[in-house]
Design a protein around this ligand. Structure first.
Ligand code: KG4
Ligand code: ZN
Length: 344
């Protein structure tokens, strides 16, 4: 079975070819035109996807040595995302599938992140064991969910305001880092002291008496933004420049600690022995390290996709299409307008 997966929901134009279980190619073209604006400009993103999509798909086919006539299915992100950006991949994917006379499968972007730890390539990663607790942390979403064998996803915690990636990007912007600031903070924090300044970790209250968790698996990062803003306003420019790596490490500590704590508490509350972490923020080295240490201590299986499959990519779209096909969970003629209404 050969599947072409397309992803264009934000600022990555990506196409991947999956053959049987394995990723044969995964081409990702990241848009750098947004940097000077400090965030993604939706109209520019749509135009970039439109300019790049044919080339990216051709590259994915060439790199995998697969001819378009060998494709069995085409899958594309159908939302959530920037509407114009989503439309480029979705319309291209549908038109291509129609032209080739093969089925088209619309895919939910967040679900694709959730199942990205199942992606297999030549390195043969161990997939999660059902049921598992999933933490999905991206620029737009922060979600803890219980995931079962039938691919059902039951949300048990989410952010009440900003997403974890947004918290990285917006606090990074305050200290003068370019967009997206997440990877920049990660790099600078390598040489910083995470306890240099204690930024707040919201909604982590424990019961006074039992020390048990109060059962709130939601997150909030807007207070962190305010706290960083206040802290910076009290420092001199020289102090901020000289201690940038410490400030980055302290911000990273506040964001990653709360993510790890709540995910482990959710696993314990639901009696689950496997955790999967996905989405762009799961590329963060401190988050990975904390999860590795904590899951080892608690004897929990941990699955985190390679960083290349953590951020937006076409392989995760083809991968979820494959999981759905294997379970007979797709209707070949579910064409887009219907898909849109349920995804956007
Ligand atoms: O999943 P993704 O590529 O796109 C969305 O669906 O949003 O996630 C992008 C987010 C951005 O906020 C970016 O700053 C963050 O993931 N990110 C990171 C790292 N790499 C990407 N955050 C912290 N550390 C990283 N190494
Ligand atoms: Zn994403």
């Amino acid at each position: 079975m050969i599947i072409l997966g397309l992803e264009t929901s934000c600022d990555e134009t990506s196409a991947a070819v999956l053959q049987s279980e394995l990723v044969r190619s995964n081409i990702i073209s990241s848009q750098h035109c947004h940097r000077k604006f400090g965030g993604v400009v939706p109209e520019l993103a749509s135009r970039e996807h439109d300019r790049l999509i044919v080339d990216v798909v051709n590259q994915a086919l060439q790199a995998s040595n697969i001819h378009k006539n060998q494709l069995d299915f085409i899958a594309a992100t159908a939302g959530p995302g920037l509407i114009g950006a989503v439309l480029v991949g979705l319309c291209f994917g549908q038109a291509f599938a129609m032209g080739l006379g093969i089925p088209f499968i619309p895919i939910n972007h967040i679900e694709a992140h959730i199942f990205s730890s199942f992606i297999q390539d030549e390195t043969h990663a161990s997939p999660p064991t059902f049921p598992f607790i999933s933490l999905t942390v991206s620029g737009g979403h922060t979600l803890i969910a219980l995931v079962k064998e039938d691919l059902s996803i039951t949300p048990i915690g989410k952010t009440l305001d900003d997403a974890a990636g947004e918290a990285f990007d917006k606090t990074g912007k305050m200290i003068g880092l370019p967009y997206p600031a997440g990877p920049e903070i990660d790099k600078l924090a390598q040489s910083g002291d995470p306890y240099f300044h204690q930024f707040p970790q919201a909604l982590t209250r424990h019961s006074q008496t039992s020390k048990s968790y109060d059962g709130n698996f939601d997150f909030s990062f807007s207070g962190l933004k305010t706290s960083v803003h206040r802290y910076l306003s009290l420092q001199t420019t020289d102090f901020i420049r000289e201690n940038l790596h410490h400030i980055c490490a302290s911000i990273q500590e506040a964001i990653t600690s709360v993510l790890v704590k709540k995910t482990l508490q959710a696993a314990s509350a639901y009696g689950i022995n496997c955790i999967s972490v996905s989405g762009g923020v799961s590329a963060n080295s401190m988050l990975r390290k904390k999860f590795q240490e904590q899951t080892k201590t608690h004897g929990i299986q941990l699955c985190i996709p390679k960083p290349i499959y953590s951020t937006d990519n076409g392989a995760m779209i083809a991968n979820l299409a494959k999981l759905k096909i294997d379970r007979g969970q797709f209707e070949p003629h579910t064409y887009t307008y219907h898909a849109f209404s349920s995804y956007l």
